[in-house]
Design a protein around this ligand. Structure first.
Ligand code: 13P
Ligand code: SF4
Length: 320
């Protein structure tokens, strides 16, 4: 519509004028991903968002995603101005892992290596030995396990349990979950599979074990997109945020992508395959952030930043 197009035009001008780049996650709404693409920014998973934000030569990054992604960008690029459409966009994993409690958990097991998912606050990262995203979590834990290390894993228990099962590593789990993936239902998925026997099932490992067990491919957003390209099926049932369909459909226009079912129905489920915090990244909010930094800019305490940089760099070096 005309008003949207108007915002898109103004955002494009502002991005140019400020030498700013839009970095968007695959879970944001299609119009945001399209804008990132059109303006030479990037759409990617959380690992590549971090790397891209660090390596691009923009003065300002506008991070369309959730809070931890903005904080990670700022930790890696303190010289850049990092803006978010809204600072309210959080994550249930981050909310469910407050630093005081997590730190006490770590203190109680001092002989363990602390590995945290990127979906955490800067303070939790600063307490960790390693930060990982779902793209490399398995490899990092395999590596640590091979060195005989015992691991504290937080905060996503489903991802942690999946990795423990795959690697056999000794892992103490923090009990957090993603409200979006936690709602996928194995029973409803099995009913759906009967209706679409030719469809391959793609599952993000933040989903419950019973759903992961039904998967033909398990992986991070990038890995699921790759699977949708390389697998011979014409149809896929996808258990992750529906924002991912933008890229899947763009890369494979002739294939069919179906949203995996949640346990509740539209009236009862909290998130229904779309993260409510990712959904806060709208055109108006991006425009407002680029017009006036205040209330949109990410700051990270200098001491925390220095500490959180160590495990973040470990992740980036490991995955390089
Ligand atoms: P990635 O698989 O893209 O790393 O991210 C998962 C996620 O839940 C981000 O919110
Ligand atoms: Fe957090 Fe889940 Fe939303 Fe990702 S999809 S930001 S893990 S609540």
């Amino acid at each position: 519509d005309v008003q949207k197009q108007d915002y898109v035009q103004r955002i494009k001008q502002l991005l140019k004028a400020r030498n700013a780049t839009l970095v968007a996650h695959y879970y944001t709404d299609p119009e945001i991903q399209a804008l990132a693409e059109e303006t030479g920014g990037c759409i990617s998973d959380s690992l590549e968002m971090a790397r891209y934000g660090r390596d691009c030569d923009a003065d300002t990054l506008i991070v369309a995603g959730v809070r931890f992604m903005g904080e990670t960008a700022k930790i890696l690029s303190p010289e850049k101005t990092v803006l978010m459409p809204t600072l309210e966009a959080t994550c249930s994993l981050d909310l469910g892992c407050p630093i005081d409690k997590f730190s006490a958990f770590c203190d109680a097991h001092p002989d363990h290596t602390v590995v945290v998912y990127a979906n955490t606050s800067a303070a939790v990262k600063a307490r960790a030995d390693w930060v990982v995203t779902s793209s490399i979590a398995l490899e990092v834990v395999e590596h640590l396990d091979a060195m005989g290390e015992k691991i504290i894993w937080g905060p996503d228990r489903h991802l942690g349990n999946y990795i423990a099962k795959q690697t056999g590593a000794d892992m103490l789990m923090w009990q957090g979950e993603c409200i979006v993936h936690d709602e996928f239902s194995a029973k409803a998925l099995s009913d759906m599979k009967h209706l679409h026997p030719d469809a391959a099932i793609l599952v993000h490992p933040e989903s419950p074990a019973s759903v992961v067990d039904m998967a033909d491919a398990v992986g991070s957003t990038t890995q699921l997109i790759n699977a949708s390209r390389t697998m011979p099926n014409d149809k896929f049932i996808v258990a992750t945020d529906r924002g991912i369909f933008y890229k899947m459909q763009q890369l494979e226009p002739s294939k069919t992508f179906l949203e995996a079912p949640t346990g509740g129905n539209g009236a009862t489920c909290k998130s229904c395959a779309h993260c409510p915090w990712m959904a806060m990244n709208g055109l108006v909010a991006i425009h407002d952030a680029l017009t006036d930094n205040s209330g949109h800019e990410i700051f990270v305490d200098a001491q925390l930043r220095e500490k959180a940089l160590i495990p973040l760099n470990r992740m980036l070096d490991f995955s390089a």
